[in-house]
Ligand binder design. Structure first.
Ligand SMILES: [Zn+2]
Length: 66
């Protein structure tokens, strides 16, 4: 699990939650990963909404977020 990914937009090191969220939202074949701030811009929604989504995925027991 030593896969250190960075946001392709701003080069910020990504938390595991952010990587998982990129996969959840952009699809399993995604090769570009984004931090929450950049992802919010791309899909045109609030960072807060994405934070809530991460929480929801965790509550659903999504293994990508464990
Ligand atoms: Zn970014």
């Amino acid at each position: 699990m030593a896969n250190k990914r960075k946001c392709v937009e701003c080069n910020a090191p990504l938390k595991r939650d952010e990587v998982a969220l990129s996969i959840k939202i952009l699809g399993l074949n995604v090769t570009n990963f984004y931090c929450i701030a950049c992802l919010a811009e791309i899909i045109d929604c609030d960072q807060d909404d994405l934070t809530i989504k991460i929480q929801e995925f965790k509550e659903q027991g999504c293994t990508m977020f464990l």
